[in-house]
Design a protein around this ligand. Sequence first.
Ligand SMILES: Nc1ncnc2c1ncn2[C@@H]1O[C@H](COP(=O)(O)OP(=O)(O)OP(=O)(O)O)[C@@H](O)[C@H]1O
Ligand SMILES: [Mg+2]
Length: 161
Amino acid sequence: MQRFVDNYPQVESGLLFLGTCGVGKTHLAVALLKQVITEKGDGGLFYDFRDLLREIQASWDSISQTSEWDVLKPVLEARILVLDELGANKPTEWVRDTIAHIINCRYNDKRLTIFTSNFLDTPTKAGEETLTDRIGVRLRSRLYEMVQRGRDTRSRFQERY
Ligand SMILES: Nc1ncnc2c1ncn2[C@@H]1O[C@H](COP(=O)(O)OP(=O)(O)OP(=O)(O)O)[C@@H](O)[C@H]1O
Ligand SMILES: [Mg+2]
């Protein structure tokens, strides 16, 4: 974790924190974001993914003062972005398209993103949904190209940092 901040902005890839409820994923992601902002003076943005989708949907309302682009622009352009709770929404086609749009734009622009998700790569019990079930094979693979793995916050992440 300290290495990420020390090396920032010379960091090749973002981070992905996977783990069950309450292991500290959001805490860790926010701590990193705050450090980058205060120590490196860089602009950053935090979004709970569910709130982001709600804001986009609210922007469609005819009485809304904001457009979809007003909501999305800072998300696509933030120097560093925390997207908390990836996969938490029911994976409808629109939800997946929106994730894909954000991930692809940030990937193409080589912008750093820290993701968190409650969905693991391997189910811990029969019938448990995985990250792939929630976001699809293609998006998961693109996501992994963008991040250094911090596969399970409890074990792997602490080992590495
Ligand atoms: N390193 C830490 N130091 C102090 N408090 C922590 C730390 N990590 C987590 N916590 C606290 O533990 C609680 C759970 O952490 P957090 O909300 O980050 O978990 P989470 O993995 O994001 O959970 P969820 O999947 O439910 O969103 C919070 O109250 C948080 O403040
Ligand atoms: Mg959380």
